[in-house]
Design a binder for this molecule. Structure first.
Ligand code: AMP
Ligand code: GLY
Length: 419
């Protein structure tokens, strides 16, 4: 197949890596990154422009377009590609509102009877204060729009909660204030053609910047899969109580959802609750989930894009566990320092069971790999269990040098120890 992947992160590198492992495809990526460029032909395109992406897809005679990040989905790029009759994996702009509007997602969940945190929408300081006092601490304040995983503040401090709400109001956004959900978080990705829903393997993400879940929220600092501690019926529960009712509700609303429904869940003392929906693969969870997928990814995504997912049946998984550790630039998740030399990537790639997925990295004028974003790369380790996969991911991280670079040292640690 001729496949075009849109995006430039480690998630997209992981998607391209999975297609490349299948063999026999001609792969293209736009804009991609230097790591993706070793596996696929890179093209320039304005990711915000549906017509530009549709033109590129026609020009390269793509059989399938896969849209990685949320912004082009929200901008209607999938609609533009489907309009030129090329199969596209990713929801319409209307369906992508499940991620781009937290209040819309809450309405859909309420109508579909999906369990989630109680929430209030606030547009003024007084409304925000009233909602904070209704739920009490810990306070959860979310920007209603897209914020790259950084729009949420969870805090015991009422002034800090109000200050975040005010900062959102100052940019013209409203906020969603929620009841606090306790318990471990799980990400479960569900591929759907709008009717059939096919779950991938559950994964866990580490959202806070620092060890022991301290520091600010980030896009994600690491992930692992499988989850040995999770209840055996977790996937079935999520399918029955969350994913299928949501997909059916979207169809009933006249906005069928085709693509990937990312169910971000908390396993609370009161049972399963949805923390958030996203409308694309999670980053860095995709890196570990796709590392373990044995069924050809292209077959699954093409079936979703062409309405034939029911024919795929169930998916096959590697016996191996996977762990990924993100290397971030100094300053992330605030303003990252850019332009630092990255060395040792090839050495890490040479370790058995290890590969490096690039994100905020580019080649400078001299052809050297330098940092170009907050999350610079994601090192994936595979092993017969989580402890072995962890050792490999951290061996990879140890061979890479980035001035001021930071990573968490406790990714998958508790799970590997069986805690
Ligand atoms: P979101 O952007 O909605 O995924 O939120 C980012 C992160 O904030 C989540 O992964 C959780 O760690 C945390 N969070 C969001 N909502 C809640 C909640 N209601 N209770 C506790 N933590 C939350
Ligand atoms: N890892 C969280 C996200 O992709 O939104």
């Amino acid at each position: 197949m001729r496949i075009l992947v849109l995006g430039a992160g480690a998630r997209e590198h992981g998607i391209v890596h999975a297609f490349h492992r299948e063999g026999g495809h001609q792969l293209f990526a736009a804009p991609g990154n230097p790591g993706i460029g070793r596996l696929a032909e890179l093209r320039e395109v304005d990711l915000a422009s549906g017509p530009a992406v549709a033109y590129l897809a026609c020009k390269i005679k793509a059989d399938l377009v896969v849209i990685g990040p949320e912004a082009p989905l929200t901008d209607g790029v999938a609609d533009a590609v489907r309009a030129v009759k090329i199969p596209c994996f990713g929801p319409s702009a209307a369906a992508a509102r499940l991620e781009s509007s937290k209040s819309f997602a809450k309405e859909v969940m309420a109508a579909a009877g999906v369990p989630t945190a109680a929430a209030r929408v606030a547009a003024t300081r007084d409304e925000a204060a009233a909602a904070l006092d209704e739920f009490g601490p810990p306070y959860v304040v979310k920007n209603d729009g897209l914020a790259a995983g950084k729009g949420v503040v969870v805090t015991d401090s009422r002034p800090a909660a109000l200050a975040h709400a005010q900062a959102c109001f100052d940019t013209g956004a409203q906020v969603v204030i929620e009841e606090y959900l306790d318990g471990p978080e799980v990400s479960l990705f569900c591929v759907t053609d709008g009717e059939t829903v096919l779950p991938l393997a559950p994964a866990q993400d580490f959202k806070r910047a620092l060890d022991n879940d301290e520091g600010p929220n980030t896009g994600g600092m690491g992930a692992y899969s499988p989850l040995p501690w999770a209840p055996g019926d977790l996937t079935d529960q999520v399918l029955d109580r969350v994913a299928r009712p949501t997909i059916a509700q979207m169809a009933a609303l006249g906005v069928p959802f085709q693509g990937l429904l990312y169910c971000g869940l908390a396993l609370t003392s009161k049972g399963l609750r949805v923390v958030e929906f996203n409308v694309r693969f999670g980053d860095p969870e995709a890196q570990v989930v796709l590392a373990r997928l044995a069924t050809p990814l292209s077959k699954v995504l093409l079936a979703a894009a062409t309405g034939t997912l029911a024919q795929v049946g169930s998916l096959d998984w590697s016996e191996d566990a996977a762990v990924t550790v993100v290397l971030a630039a100094a300053g992330y998740p605030g303003s990252p320092r850019l332009g630092d030399l990255i060395s040792g990537v090839d050495a890490a790639d040479g370790i058995p069971g290890v590969y490096v997925l690039q994100a905020g990295a580019k080649l400078d004028g001299a052809g050297c790999l330098v940092s170009a974003g907050g999350r610079v790369l994601s090192v994936v380790g595979l092993g017969r269990n989580l402890a072995a996969a962890r050792d490999r991911a951290y061996a990879g991280i140890s061979s890479i040098h980035l001035d001021g670079g930071r990573h968490r040292t406790d990714i998958a640690l508790r799970a590997a120890l069986g805690k």
